[in-house]
Ligand binder design. Sequence first.
Ligand code: GLA
Length: 730
Amino acid sequence: MGIRHNAETRIFSLATKNSTYQMLIDHYGRLLHLYYGPWTDGDARFTLTFTGRGFSGSPDGTDEDESYSLDTLPQEFPTLGTGDYRKPALIIRGGNGIYGCDLKYCKHEICKGKYSLPGLPAVYAGDEAQTLKITLRDETAEVEVILLYGVVPETDVITRSAVVRNIGSKEFYILRAQAANLDFMTGDFDLMTFYGRHGMERVPERQKVEHKSYEIGSRRGSSSHQYNPLLILAESEAGEEQGNCYAMEFVYSGGFEASAEKDQFNQIRMQMGLATTQFSYPVKSGESFIVPEVILSFSGEGLRKLSWNLADTIKKHVIRGKWKNQICPVLLNSWEAVYMDFDGQKIRELATEAKELGMDLLVLDDGWFGDRNDDHRSLGDWRVNEAKLGGNLRSLAEDIHRLGLLFGIWIEPEMVSENSHLYRQHPDWALKIPGKGPIRARHQLVLDFSRDDVVNGIYDQISAVLREGNIDYLKWDYNRNIADVYSARTEDQGKVLYDYVLGVYRFLERLHTDFPDLLIEGCSGGGGRFDAGMLYYTPQIWCSDNTDAIDRLTIQYGTSFGYPASAMGAHVSAVPNEQSGRSTPFATRGYIAMSGTFGYELDPGKLSQEERRSVREQICLRNELAELVHSGHYLRLTNPLKSHVAAWGFLSKDQKEAVFFAVVLDVHCNMPINYVRLSGLKSHALYINENDGVKYPSDVLMNTGLPLPRRKNDYNAYFWHLRMAEDDHK
Ligand code: GLA
C-alpha cells in the first residue's frame, strides 16, 4: 500500500487496500494515465498502444511520430493546446492572448501524510496516508502545475487537486480547471448522477454511456439542489454487491462541472472540477491558483462498497471537531411548528414540551432577529428582536439551558434583504450589476462574500449573538442562488464566484476556531448545498425542506450513495405533511428520521396522547440505534423508485448487529406477500431479532428474505433489530 515510483520504468503506483492507480512519465516527458482498478503490484504499461490515426495529430518534438497523439493516449491532466480534442482539464489564456499549454514532467516528491489546501476544505489524515506531488511545466507558456495525489489506503480513496502557478512575468487567465481526470481505454459503463430540485434532492439516475458527452454541474454559485457534485461510473453489470465502479466527489460547495465522454475509439474520459461559466481567474506572475479537491474511489464489489468508502472517508477524514464522533442531540425545530409566528413565551413552551418528551435541543429557526416576521425583510440585521422575544437572548437561552436542553438558532449569513439596515448602510455589499436592477429570489440578495470586509462585518454581528446566547447549535442556511455576478471591489469579475466560496469557508473556519463546541447544521433551502466541502465545517446538513416521509425515502436513498447517514438531517413532522399533503403513520415517519440525524419539526402541543407516547418510544429507540446509524454501514436493500417496498438498514462493521427498516409503498386488495431480502449479514450464522427473540438463519434472510405481514392502510413500516447469536454458528 502507499505510493511507489520506479525510476527505471518511470511509473508511479498508488495503492490503497483494494485498488491501484498507475501513471507513467512517457519518453517525451508527458504524464500518461495507465490504470485504475483492482489492486495489483504489476506494471500496466502493456495496455498502452501507439497507433497512427487520421485526424489525430502529433505534438512538436515527436519527429512527426504519427503513432504518438495526445488525442488518443490516456492522460492524467490533459490541457488545451496539445492536439487532444477531448475535454481538457485545464485551459489557460496567456497574457499574449494565446490559449493552451503543453505540460511536461519536471520533478516529483512523495511525502508522509495527506496534503492540505490553504483556504479550502480537503480530506485530512494521519501518517497512514501519503501524498504525491508531481510538478509539470510548460516553459513557453510559463505555466507550472503541481498535481496533488493523496492516498488514503483504508477507505480506498485517492484524492486529487492541482495548483496552477504563473512562472512567467505576464498575468494569465485560467478558463477551465478540473481537479480530476480519468481516462479509461476500454469498458462498458453506466453513469450515475444525482439530480433534483428544491424539495426533491439527489434522485439517482443511471444511464448507459454512449458516444457522446454527458455533463452535469451547477452555474448557481453553490453545489445546488439540481445536481449533486457526485459522479459514479459503474460497469454495466455492476450492482449493489458486485462489479467495478468508480466515484468522483467534489470537496467544494460552489459551481462545478462533472462529465463523462465516450470518444471515437470507445475510450471514456471522466472529469470533475470547477464550473467554467463566469469563471476566468487571473493569476499574476509568481502567484498560484488552487483547484479544489476531488475524492476518487474504486470498488470492485459494487456500489454498496463504493458508498461505504465515501461515507467512511467523510466520517473519518472530512468531518472535524467535537461532533465528529459524537451522537448528535435529538432536536425540536420551531420552523414547521410555528414558522415566524412566535414570541418568547411560545418558544419557552416548545422547550418545556421538548424536555418533557425526552429531546435534547431546541432550535429557534427563522424570525428571531431584526423585524423578521415574514421573509421580505431583515436579513443582514443580526440583532435579536427583543420586543418579539419579550426579553434578550441571554435570558431566553438561560431559561432553555436551565431546563436541561441545548439551545440553537438559525442564521443566513450570506444574504441581505433590501429592507434592512445593513442594505441601507452598505448597498455595495450585495452582489449586483451596476445600472441594472438585481435579480431577486425569496425577496433577498446575496452578499459579496468575496470581500473580506463583508465577511468580517457579518461575522462580528453573528459571533456577538452566539456569545450572548451561549449558543450550542447553529443552522446555517442559504436560500437562493447567485445570479448577479458583480463585486464592487474587483476589476476581474471572473474571480468572484470562486472567491465567494473562499469567503464562506473563511467565515466557517473562524466559527470553527472561535466556537469549537458549536454544532453547525448546513442547509440551503434543505439540501441545496449538500456536499463534502460543507461537511468539513458542518457535520450535518438538512437533507431537504421536504419532510414528507415517502419522498424522504428517495432523497435519503440517493444521498446514501455518496454521504453518511449520520450527516443527513432528518425530522419527524406533522401530517398531513406541509409540503405534500400526504399522511403517513407516525412510526413510519420515525423510522425514516432515525435513519438520519433525528429530531422533530412540529408543535408537540398539537400531538395526541398516543402520539406523545410514540415520541417517547421513538426517542428511546433512536438512542438505542444511534451508534449503529452513526458508525455502521448503510445498506440499500431496495430502490424505492422501482419497488413496492422501500427497505434499508444499518450494519455494524463486525456484522454482529444490524437494523433493517421497510415501508410498503403500495397497498392492494389480496396482494402478494412482500419479502425483503436482507444483505450484509455473516453467512452460516443465526441472528436473533431483539423485538421478539425469534432466531433467523442469515442465509435464509439473505436469499428468501423476511415476509412482511399483510397490513391494511398506506405506508406501513416494519423494523427488525438483529444480533448475531454468539453460541450457534451453523
Ligand atoms: C429554509 C430552510 C427551512 C427554514 C427556512 C426559514 O427554507 O430550509 O428549514 O429554516 O429556510 O426561512
